[in-house]
Design a protein around this ligand. Structure first.
Ligand code: DOR
Ligand code: ZN
Length: 345
């Protein structure tokens, strides 16, 4: 007998949709299963003003149609105008602001170097209840890449929280037990997204038996004990942890090269993978909270009324290896095991 699970339609609280031919090719992969998504602003050039966010939102809607709601973000720079942020939020154009330490990841050159220079923006955001979404890695070349998240908590996040305790913050795509413990230690105005791929891979998957460019992302996957801490957090029912896939498409040519881009593309099979992970953890009943309830709770938005059903089959689900786009083929994340859960319909 096939097993099934019905839940409110999920949202993706951290998504890269890009622009142009890539947007056209990959946005339907998210719109098929998700109702809403927080859209990352790291285009080239980045989305820094309310007017740019509104124009980008319209380009997304032109591809997805109105059945999908892009929740826009601004890319915080040292020149960001607090009044523009507040106005864009008041007018319903943006939902949040994204902080990239300069140089931390793909297209982050315009990010923040001196955190004191964005104090006025952070104060205004705290006052108006606008969440700050942090790419939680320091960029100090002296810090080992596997330690950059833990050091970010001490050097950047904790000082921001001390100076602006009422600012609502999401620590994005957490990868360590340190981040899990930090979030658990804080009041509920600090949340964290967890990606699909960080629930599945550890750093061995990237490096053992040959280098696997499609498993390379930032923050880079850590040791197995960290992956286990993430699974524990995601399946615990703690409302501070919610799904942000960080699905981040790059054309294969940009991944399979001497200096490959960071990003795993999981939009296509995320819900199948999550059902598998939660089932393995004996926590299928917690998937609804993680994928459909905790995020809206943090963002103070209603849970979607529409519902989806996941069905478990006896034979593995077939999904495409690659999505063909006008910007080149994009490899779909391979979890390394067969998937049995699929979204019905
Ligand atoms: O792996 C990643 N890819 N991490 C990020 O923070 C950015 C993203 C991208 O834009 O490709
Ligand atoms: Zn991202």
């Amino acid at each position: 007998m096939s097993q099934s699970l019905t839940l409110p339609r999920p949202d993706d609280w951290h998504l890269h949709l890009r622009d142009g031919a890539m947007l056209e090719g990959i946005a339907p992969e998210s719109a098929r299963h998700f109702a809403r998504a927080i859209i990352m602003p790291n285009l080239v050039p980045p989305v820094v003003t309310g007017a740019e966010a509104a124009a980008y939102r319209d380009r997304i809607l032109a591809v997805t149609g109105t059945g999908f709601t892009p929740l826009m973000t601004l890319y915080l720079t040292e020149a960001t105008d607090p009044a523009d942020v507040v106005a864009a939020h008041r007018d319903g154009i943006i939902t949040a602001v994204k902080l990239y330490p300069a140089g931390a990841t793909t297209n982050s050159a315009s990010g923040v170097v001196d955190f004191d220079k964005v104090r006025d923006v952070l104060e205004a955001m705290a006052e108006h209840g606008i969440p700050l979404l942090c790419h939680g890695e320091v960029t100090d070349p002296a810090i080992d890449i596997f330690d950059r998240e833990a050091v970010f908590i001490d050097r950047v996040l904790e000082p921001i929280r001390r100076k602006t305790p009422y600012l609502r913050i999401v620590m994005e795509h957490i990868t360590t037990s340190d981040a899990v413990a930090y979030v658990q230690s804080q009041p509920e105005n600090l949340g964290a997204t967890i990606t699909t791929h960080h629930l599945v891979i550890n750093r061995n998957h990237i490096l053992v038996g040959g280098i696997r460019p499609h498993y390379y992302c930032l923050p880079v996957a850590k040791r197995e004990r960290h992956r286990q801490a993430l699974v524990q957090a995601a399946t615990s029912g703690d409302a501070r942890f919610f799904l942000g896939t960080d699905s981040a498409p790059h054309a294969d040519a940009a991944k399979e090269t001497a200096c490959g881009c960071a990003g795993c593309f999981t939009a296509t099979n995320t819900l199948s993978i999550l059902a598998h992970v939660f089932e393995q953890a004996g926590a299928l009943d917690k998937l609804e909270g993680f994928a459909a309830r905790n995020g809206p709770g943090f963002y103070r938005l209603p849970v979607n009324e529409d519902r989806i059903t996941l069905v478990r089959s006896d034979s593995p689900v077939v999904y495409p290896d690659k999505i063909e786009t006008g910007a080149g083929p994009v490899t779909v994340f391979d979890p390394g095991f067969p998937l049995y859960w699929r979204v019905a319909g």
